[in-house]
Design a protein around this ligand. Structure first.
Ligand code: ZN
Ligand code: ZN
Length: 364
């Protein structure tokens, strides 16, 4: 059968999903997670659910989204509900489904109780990462969107460098970055991090009214969104000057980052890649100051797992996965350095999507 482009992609995804359902012994899957729903159906609305069995693909939503669902999810039968649970129960019975996979990490206890109440005859199986596993390996179109989002983030860095100088506040820089990301993409991929001086020792610091001072390191972490796909990158720059200690930790983090990039390749276990970069930092005596994982998957969500590069990363890397490589050193009372690139796993290793330079920049 011939499909137009969007439908072919969804149809390939559904075939892989159905194979996974057969393996798990489930008749169908009920999906509420917005990214999972979008991935499987194309629907970008933020209310509804999809039900996919061996033969049926149904999208249940309310009247606000019916037209949009028809346009975005042409391969699905669109069902409008007044009472979601009653409508779902009718569909499940109509299709004769007896066992349903569901997203154990997304369905609230209250919602699960209601599902069991309206469908007492159904047995429920946790899908346990089935859809997330499919999402981990990107297709050509997804890679194109992510590369575009990474390119916009690179341009945003060039743009923001003009604003980084003594006396400007973290918030002003974050706002300028977010303005740029809104202007050139669907918006910031997450709340932009701008952390200067001692605040850089907090890996997830939110921007404050603190002014940048000469000699401080500034950690900037941001990303763009293109067609729902995210990018993620971090650069650390020095304001006006950098002392010996700043240069020292910067060089160590950069070496760790390059070693981590070098270690990315298909068939490698997430924790092995993490260990390569972690070892560089530990050997330099800063092991205890790198307290987070080396990287994470990126796609329709900013943090995807699998893949996960961390001491607890048990999944294998495969070609066309997209991961970040982002080691850091955080010294309480002094400051921090993090350098993060977004890369695609290729047959040979990794291709960097983030292109911005990584040598220590003294700006302002
Ligand atoms: Zn980041
Ligand atoms: Zn990240």
């Amino acid at each position: 059968m011939a499909y137009c482009r969007g439908e072919a992609q969804v149809s390939g995804r559904l075939a892989r999903l159905r194979a996974g359902l057969r393996e798990r012994g489930a008749d169908a899957i009920l999906v509420f997670g917005l990214e999972n729903m979008r991935y499987l159906s194309g629907f970008t609305g933020d209310s509804g659910a999809v039900l996919i069995s061996e033969t049926a693909a149904v999208l249940i939503t309310d009247f606000r989204y019916v037209e949009q669902a028809r346009e975005e999810a042409p391969g699905f039968r669109i069902v409008k509900h007044d009472d979601f649970f009653e409508t779902l129960a009718g569909e499940v019975r109509g299709l004769g489904l007896r066992s349903l996979a569901y997203e154990g990490d997304k369905v609230s206890v209250r919602r699960f109780a209601r599902l069991q109440e309206v469908l007492p005859e159904v047995s429920w199986v946790d899908q346990n990462g089935l859809v997330e596993g499919l999402r981990a390996v990107k297709d050509e179109e997804e890679l194109k969107f992510i590369a575009e989002a990474a390119a916009i983030a690179d341009q945003a860095f060039t743009h923001i460098l003009q604003y980084v100088r003594e006396g400007v506040t973290e918030r002003e820089i974050a706002l300028e970055l977010e303005w740029y990301l809104k202007r050139h993409s669907e918006g910031p991929a997450f709340t932009t991090i701008v952390a200067s001086g001692p605040r850089g020792a907090l890996p997830h610091a939110q921007p404050t009214d603190k002014e940048l001072r000469r000699g401080e390191l500034v950690v900037l972490d941001w990303g763009a969104v293109v067609n729902g796909y995210h990018s993620d990158m971090t650069r650390t720059v020095a304001v006006g000057a950098a002392d010996a200690r700043s240069r020292e930790i910067y060089e160590i983090v950069l070496r760790a980052q390059l070693a981590g990039l070098e270690a990315v390749r298909p068939g490698r276990c997430g924790r092995e890649v993490d260990a390569v970069a972690r070892e560089v930092i530990a050997a330099a005596g800063y092991g205890e100051y790198f307290g987070h994982g080396l990287g994470h998957g990126v796609g329709l969500a900013i943090h995807e797992d699998p893949p996960r590069l961390s001491p607890r990363g048990e999944s294998l890397l495969a070609a066309n996965m997209v991961v970040t490589v982002e080691p850091g050193i955080y010294l309480p009372g002094f400051g921090g350095v993090r350098i993060e690139d977004l890369v695609v796993v290729t047959d040979e290793g990794a291709r960097r999507l983030s292109q911005s330079p990584k040598d220590l920049m003294i700006v302002g």
